[in-house]
Design a binder for this molecule. Structure first.
Ligand code: FE2
Ligand code: FE2
Length: 374
């Protein structure tokens, strides 16, 4: 049984000092090599025995879209205006935080605007890096999963993820004002997922945890933003992501039914570790660094903002019900239920899971039907 120390490198999950001590020291690196420790598996069983995965595969074939031609790239984007609108929706810059006696006390609209612009650059950069993680993980699944139906489906997800990297990179280059290197917590998480030799762990780390979080985070930003190109981009990316999470739920439901309690406990620990890393990655420490503000103080302050706590919890609104559907909350003495309770996110357990939700998310199909009807 692993301890917190072994899983996440610290005893207290909220130890801010320890969280901020993990930084990306290789910001100049262009390529990053990770051993993937897995056999590529051929299957000679071509029988189509998993109809739910087959249905998902057919859906994926029909709902492909072209990043270059299906989005309104001609839309002009005024990044500062977007940043102001976003901030106004949250009640204004720096609202709900007591700044007296801090480095931010004298900040006026100009400084908050700079922060908001950098924050957008940072957020979209991390989405782009995360999408590349999904691209590599799904290519690995094509090789390592032993089921033909899953190999077929995963191949469509590889194409989806290439498109997602493409759209976020293009948006950053053409509409925003700078890139950020990958956040150290996100990189640790992606490295862990790619390195694990067990094929189902790629699914748990990527399809359930990272993509479950992405679906919630994209949904949050989609609601918040007033920028029509980004709104449309996120709508289409989310319609793909909902299939990806469903792929994880459908595959792992079958596989976990044959695992022992001890094996399931390892999956719970992996899910907990991933959850903590994903929460830690949202502190935006690199933005404060770039602005020359003492990072620890600034992170401490932003954590006090009321909408911040809500946002952090919402990130888990897909992950928790999906873990429940997979039986991971209560197996092995309820280990994961306890951990999610400590993280303050257990309240989502009875929200809709994503096993079948992908039909409702298919905005690409809806647009095509509407276009055909008009
Ligand atoms: Fe994606
Ligand atoms: Fe995805």
């Amino acid at each position: 049984m692993a301890t917190n120390e072994e899983l996440i490198g610290r005893t207290d999950i909220n130890d801010l000092e320890a969280i901020l001590s993990i930084t990306n020291n290789d910001v100049e690196e262009v390529a990053h090599a990770v051993k993937d420790n897995a056999d590529a598996i051929f299957t000679w069983d071509y029988e189509r025995t998993r109809p739910a995965l087959g249905k998902l595969y057919e859906k994926a074939k029909k709902s492909q879209w072209n990043a270059q031609t299906d989005l309104p790239w001609e839309t002009p984007v005024d990044q500062e205006e977007v940043a102001i609108n976003n901030a106004l929706q949250a009640g204004g810059f720096g609202q709900g935080i007591d700044l007296s006696g801090t480095a931010l006390e004298k900040w006026g609209d100009k400084e908050w605007l700079d922060f908001a612009v950098e924050s957008q650059n940072w957020t979209l950069s991390q989405f782009m890096h995360g999408e590349q993680g999904a691209l590599l993980c799904t290519a690995k699944i094509v090789e390592t999963v032993p089921w033909i139906d899953a190999k077929y489906y995963a191949s469509t997800q590889v194409m989806d993820e290439a498109r997602h990297v493409e759209v976020f990179a293009k948006y950053l280059d053409e509409k925003l004002s700078g890139h950020y290197p990958i956040n150290a917590h996100l990189r640790l998480l992606l490295d862990d997922i790619v390195q694990d030799s067990r094929w189902d762990m790629t699914y748990l780390g990527m399809q359930i945890m990272v993509e479950g979080l992405a679906l919630a985070a994209f949904g949050f930003l989609h609601q918040l933003t007033t920028e029509p190109l980004l709104k449309q981009l996120l709508r289409y990316v989310m319609s793909d992501e909902a299939r990806h999470v469903a792929f994880g739920v459908l595959s792992l439901q079958e596989y976990y039914s044959g695992l022992t309690q001890a094996e399931l406990r390892e999956r719970q620990e992996f899910a907990f570790e991933a959850a903590v890393r994903m929460r830690d990655r949202f502190l935006q420490q690199e933005v404060w660094e770039r602005l020359g503000i003492p990072v620890k103080e600034a992170v401490h302050l932003t954590l006090q903002a009321p909408e911040r706590a809500l946002f952090q919890q919402m990130l888990f609104s897909k992950i928790v019900p999906n873990c429940k559907k997979l039986g991971l909350l209560d197996t092995a003495d309820g280990y994961l239920r306890q951990r999610f309770t400590e993280l303050g996110v257990i309240a989502f357990e009875d929200w809709a899971d994503t096993g079948a939700e992908y039909e409702a998310y298919d905005e690409v199909a809806k647009d095509r039907e509407a276009a055909a009807a008009s």
